[in-house]
Design a protein around this ligand. Structure first.
Ligand SMILES: *Cc1c(COP(=O)(O)O)cnc(C)c1O
Length: 417
């Protein structure tokens, strides 16, 4: 079986359906020491259920009062002036480029250690993605390499806060200011994270968030874009709904009938009230979710501290991670297994795993279009062959974390050279 077959057959990717979820009030049977531990489990409670039911019975299903409320709550939480709710983070990233007029002939610098969407949207607007390598310890974009990759065509940088740990934003903003670049943060992993005491979402011209099912907070599918710029926010709202001047909620309010105008050919990217019903309660629980993620992360770190075959990601001074993923890298030379074989073994032992991420520049479309050969971005490429993500979600129990640590250590003990 070749490597890619193995990947698709045995390995959960970011977008794979989630493993069995436990109904909220079902008895907890997960304490059995042989039980499977899923990669992810959503945390949806009676508050979300009640709010969705309320919306279903309210007679207003699409974008309306609950979405407005969710936007206000979200903007306040991250410390941004404006938040525009969208149907995905992909839509948020696309609109962020579009609203800044980035298109054919332009270059956008980003990281190869990211999900497809970060880079695909650069293609969608007709610009050219320019990949730079990542820092060894965090796998975040390396600001020094960003500066070196700048050309007269460079218009924007998209840093990705990998695994929830914010990039070195000060260095990135300094470079962007010097070269008049727009910083568009891909904060899909980083809702709730902060950089030197300030929450991610209020620091760059635009920040994109994801509420995909496996993210730190979810609306099933969904996203948000934040900005302090009132004009940008107003245009984002119009672009998110066909480019028409008045949204349905405003059209249906009392008073004189209001016609709508198409002011530009926009997109169909709006979030609707059923999603927002879930989102507002997820937001209220977010800090608690992150606390739990942090607790399990510390347990993992301690559990692997004396295991030289495993290197977890580093965390840097002054930065508070959102603890979205627990990523480890394997010292492959010390093990008799490849990363993919290691993951297969872990799955056989009932541990859900994921790969975040194989470097985007080596995927067929990008490799062929831009002629990348292996070796172009050595840190990202080595990481892409050796990293994997272990289960990390708020409803995990300490027993489950201990079990994952035990199963990983047993596997290493059995295959160490
Ligand atoms: C999940 C993810 C996205 C896309 O989010 P959607 O809401 O599914 O569009 C973008 N970037 C990164 C880094 C992601 O992990």
């Amino acid at each position: 079986m070749n490597r890619d077959d193995h990947m698709s057959a045995a390995v959960a990717t970011d977008k794979a359906p989630q493993v069995a979820s436990r109904p909220e009030h079902a008895p907890n049977t997960r304490e059995d020491s042989n039980a499977a531990i899923p990669f992810h489990e959503p945390s949806i409670g009676p508050e979300e259920e009640r709010e969705v039911l309320d919306t279903l019975r309210s007679g207003w299903l699409t974008t309306g009062p609950k979405t407005k409320r969710f936007e206000r709550l979200f903007a306040r939480y991250v410390g941004a002036e404006h938040a525009v709710a969208l149907n995905s983070c992909t839509a948020a990233l696309h609109l962020a480029l579009y609203v800044h007029g980035i298109g054919p002939g332009d270059e956008v610098i980003t990281t190869p250690i990211t999900f497809a969407a970060t880079v695909n949207v650069i293609e969608h607007v007709g610009a050219r993605p320019v990949f730079v390598d990542v820092q060894q310890d965090t796998l975040n974009l390396d600001p020094l390499l960003v500066e070196r990759a700048i050309t007269p065509r460079t218009r924007a940088v998209i840093p990705v806060h990998f695994a929830g740990h914010p990039c070195d934003l000060k260095a990135i903003h300094d470079i962007a200011d010097r070269h008049e670049l727009v910083v568009i943060e891909d904060a899909a992993h980083a809702v709730g994270a902060s950089y030197h005491g300030r929450r991610i979402g209020g620091l760059s011209p635009v920040t994109a968030f994801s509420f995909y099912a496996t993210k730190n907070m979810t609306t099933g599918e969904g996203g948000m874009i934040t900005t302090d710029d009132e004009d940008v926010a107003a245009r984002l709202r119009i672009l998110s709904l066909h480019g028409i001047s008045v949204d349905a909620w405003k059209r249906c309010r009392r008073g004189a009938y209001k016609h709508w105008d198409i002011v530009e050919p926009g997109f169909k990217y709006n979030m609707f009230d059923i999603q927002s019903s879930i989102g507002m309660h997820q937001l209220a629980k977010l800090d608690g979710f992150i606390e739990a993620r942090q607790r399990w992360t510390r347990m993992y770190d301690d559990g692997f501290a004396d295991t030289p075959e495993i290197t977890p990601l580093s965390r840097r001074e002054g930065i508070t991670s959102a603890y979205h993923l627990y990523v480890i890298r394997l010292a492959r030379k010390r093990l008799r297994l490849s990363r993919d074989e290691f993951m297969g073994e872990l799955q056989d032992r009932g541990v859900g795993v994921g790969v975040h991420f194989r470097p985007v520049h080596l995927h067929p479309y990008y490799r062929e279009k831009y002629g990348f050969a292996p070796g172009a971005l050595p840190v990202a490429e080595e990481a892409g062959e050796s990293l994997l993500s272990l289960p990390l979600f708020p409803t995990m129990t300490a027993r489950q974390v201990t079990e994952v640590i035990r199963r990983v250590r047993d596997l290493i003990a059995g295959c160490c050279q």
